[in-house]
Unconditional design. Structure first.
Length: 382
C-alpha cells in the first residue's frame, strides 16, 4: 500500500510540475529553463533553504509606523509567479472582493458605496500573518482546486513562511481571496439581511447603508464581530470609522461623496512639486519634497522624484480618467518639465565635452578646453 501511495504522490507532483512549466514558458519565454521536482522541494522547506526569504520595512501612512515585507528570493519568486497564474486560472473570487482581482481596482471598490448615507469601514488586524499554512493547505484540497494532500502540502509550503502567509510573496494576495471567499459570502449575506452594501479590498472591509445601523450594541455589529471571529480574523478597532453623508466619506483612500475621487491634498502635493521644479529646478523640488516626506515616512536615500510624480499621475488618471482636466493639465506640465530637464542636461553634457560646434566658434572651443585643462591640473595638485 505505501508503494502505491508513493507512486501516486510522484505522479501528482509531476502533473503539477508540467502545469507550472507550461505557465513558465508563457511568462518567461520558451528559452527559460524548466522547473524540476528537486527545485520545488528545495524551495518548499526553510530547512533546505534558510535564505529563501528576506525582510525589509516600508512606511505606513501614519508617521512612525512600518509594514514588514517578507519577500522571496529570485528562485522562489519565479516559482510563486507561476503558481499564482495557475491559481488564478482555476479560481474566481467572490464578487464582493475587489482587491487583487484581475480587472478590478480601488475605484471599483469605491463605486459600490456611492449614494449611501453612511459608510462603515473596518480593518482586519495582522491580515496576512493571520492566515496559517494549515488553512492554505485545507483550502487547496477543496474545489475548484481539489489537489491531493501531498500536492496541497507542497504548494502551501511554497507559498508560506514560518507557518503563515508572507506579505510580499506574489501568491499571497490571491491566496487571501481564496481563504476569504467564505467570509465574503457570509458578510454579503449579512449585508443583504440589513439592506446594506458590502465590499472588501484585501483587509479593508466596507459596509454602507441609507440608515445608521452601526451602533456598537446593535444586532448588525454583534453579527459582524461573530462572523469575523469565526473566520479566524480580528478587527482593528483603531481603524474602525463611521462617516455620514455630511462628512467626507472615504473608501480605500478615495472620497465618494459625489464620485470616486482623490483628496485635495493629493492633487495639491503634485502641484507644489511641479511648481518648485519649474521655478527652481529638479534638485530643489526633490529636496523640498523630502523635507516633508522623509520625517513623516522615515525613508532615506534618493527617491527619483520624476518616478514618484509619474506614479502619482498614473494613480490620478486611474481614478479620474485620462480625459479629466486636472489630470491633463498636471500631466502636460510634467511632460514639459521632463523635456526641458532632458534638454538642459544634454546642453550641460555638450558644454563639458566641448562638442557644441553649432553654437560656438573655434576660438571659444579653445578657451573651454583651456579652462578644462586648468581645472584638471588644479584637481591633480590638490
Amino acid at each position: 500500500m505505501p508503494e502505491v501511495e508513493n507512486i501516486s504522490t510522484k505522479e501528482n507532483k509531476e502533473a503539477l510540475l508540467r502545469e507550472l512549466n507550461a505557465i513558465k514558458e508563457k511568462l518567461y519565454g520558451d528559452e527559460s529553463y524548466p522547473f524540476t521536482i528537486k527545485q520545488l522541494n528545495y524551495h518548499a522547506y526553510s530547512k533546505n533553504n534558510p535564505n529563501r526569504y528576506f525582510q525589509f520595512q516600508i512606511p505606513k501612512k501614519k508617521a512612525g509606523e512600518f509594514r514588514t515585507i517578507t519577500a522571496p528570493n529570485a528562485g522562489l519568486k519565479s516559482i510563486q509567479r507561476c503558481l499564482n497564474a495557475m491559481l488564478l486560472e482555476k479560481f474566481t473570487a467572490h464578487p464582493a472582493a475587489k482587491g487583487f482581482v484581475p480587472g478590478k481596482s480601488i475605484v471599483d471598490n469605491a463605486k459600490v458605496h456611492l449614494g449611501q448615507r453612511y459608510i462603515y469601514n473596518i480593518d482586519l488586524k495582522d491580515f496576512f500573518p493571520s492566515i496559517k499554512v494549515g488553512r492554505v493547505y485545507a483550502c487547496l484540497q477543496l474545489p475548484p482546486f481539489s489537489f491531493d494532500k501531498n500536492t496541497a502540502s507542497l504548494i502551501a509550503d511554497l507559498c508560506c513562511h514560518d507557518g503563515v502567509l508572507p506579505q510580499g510573496a506574489p501568491t499571497s494576495p490571491t491566496i487571501t481571496n481564496i481563504v476569504c471567499k467564505r467570509l465574503d459570502w457570509r458578510l454579503s449575506k449579512l449585508a443583504q439581511r440589513y439592506n446594506m452594501r458590502y465590499s472588501r479590498y484585501a483587509d479593508d472591509i466596507t459596509f454602507s447603508s441609507m440608515e445608521n445601523l452601526f451602533h456598537d450594541d446593535g444586532d448588525f455589529i454583534k453579527s459582524l464581530h461573530y462572523f469575523i471571529d469565526k473566520e479566524g480574523f480580528c478587527i482593528n478597532d483603531a481603524k474602525t470609522r463611521l462617516n455620514s453623508y455630511y462628512q467626507r466619506q472615504e473608501v480605500t483612500g478615495l472620497t465618494i461623496n459625489e464620485k470616486p475621487n482623490v483628496t485635495q491634498k493629493y492633487v495639491k502635493l503634485i502641484r507644489i512639486v511641479l511648481h518648485n521644479w519649474d521655478k527652481k529646478g529638479l534638485d530643489y523640488a526633490e529636496s523640498k519634497f523630502l523635507e516633508t516626506y522623509r520625517p513623516t515616512k522615515n525613508v532615506a536615500g534618493k527617491h527619483h522624484i520624476e518616478n514618484i510624480i509619474r506614479g502619482k499621475l498614473d494613480y490620478l488618471k486611474m481614478v479620474k480618467s485620462d480625459e479629466d482636466s486636472t489630470y491633463m493639465k498636471l500631466n502636460a506640465k510634467f511632460e514639459s518639465l521632463l523635456y526641458q530637464t532632458a534638454n538642459n542636461q544634454n546642453e550641460e553634457q555638450e558644454t563639458i565635452t566641448g562638442i557644441r560646434t553649432s553654437e560656438t566658434d573655434d576660438e571659444e572651443i579653445l578657451v573651454e578646453l583651456e579652462e578644462l585643462v586648468s581645472l584638471f591640473e588644479t584637481y591633480n595638485q590638490s
